[in-house]
Design a protein around this ligand. Sequence first.
Ligand code: FAD
Length: 318
Amino acid sequence: MKVTKHIENANGKPLFSFEIIPPLKGQHIQSIFDNIDPLMEFNPPFIDVTYHREEYIYKELDNGLLQKKVVRKRPGTVGICAAIQNKYKVDAIPHILCGGFTQEDTENFLIDLDFLGIDNVVVLRGDAVKTETYFKSEKNGHSYASELVQQIGDLNKGNYLDDDIQNSSATDFCIGVAGYPEKHMEAPSLESDLHFLKKKIKNGASYIVTQMFFDNQKYFSFVKKCREAGITVPIIPGLKPIATMKQLNIIPQRFHVDLPDELVREVIKCNNNDAIRQVGIEWGIQQSKALIANGVNVLHYYSMGKSDNIKAIADSVF
Ligand code: FAD
């Protein structure tokens, strides 16, 4: 079922949803199930599965020369989605990227998803690969998420890239896109970021999932600005509980979001990561309850592979 339909059917009752990342190559699907199992009692209507593109690494050869190798450390998004739908009977939502895909690759990927009975996709541009400073699209790929949304919108009308296809059946994907309450790191201003966010909606996206934020005011202010800009689709807040001391530096650097002073003070007081995990849980509970009290009806948690803290939050909130 489409995410928008799940929201409609809930009639304002808050929904719990979460995102998982495929395990590193070599691990078994059971590692995913072990993290999903404890969260199923909160009846998630959908579970997102992230997509991870290739990375370039350099291996030193016996003769001292460096050999460039392409590796994908976390393949399996489509397979995991199929496994989740099969085992839990909930909607699995694959993330799909511009990066690393030609338009033909994208079309074939979408056909696979359609055959698997996947109803929703979250469409993203993806980041630059680690060895490059700026994002580069594939030759004949897409440079921005809005273009990929357009391609899926076309497929939803039965328009395939191959003009010769006869009797082509239309897909019916519900499309989610990313929004950034604290603006995307490359955007010169929030206003410009909102302009391009609106383009993603105009091209066919039906809902927005936000980047993580730790101060609800940033979310409320973002939603207000979106509404003023004429964006009317649901804006699902993305929440991530802090769990380690390292994240105090990694999160602002990697995701370009602020951590409130009060949260940072509480984390710094802790002597170990168990105590920090508890601070993250308490903060997540407060954030979630305040969002729901203000009428937000779907919360989306970034589990990053371990779900015990998300479960602790959900126990208090749902
Ligand atoms: P876009 O919407 O294309 O925007 C990228 C930048 O370009 C923005 O600054 C925007 O303002 C600007 N822009 C857009 N259109 C134009 C235009 N026409 N002209 C000029 N500027 C323009 N990454 C992964 O690799 N895998 C995942 O599974 C994944 N999941 C994510 C889920 C969520 C909810 C979020 C918030 C992010 C996720 N990401 C993921 C990260 C994402 O790929 C990066 O943040 C990426 O840098 C931007 O993706 P986007 O879809 O927001 O890009």
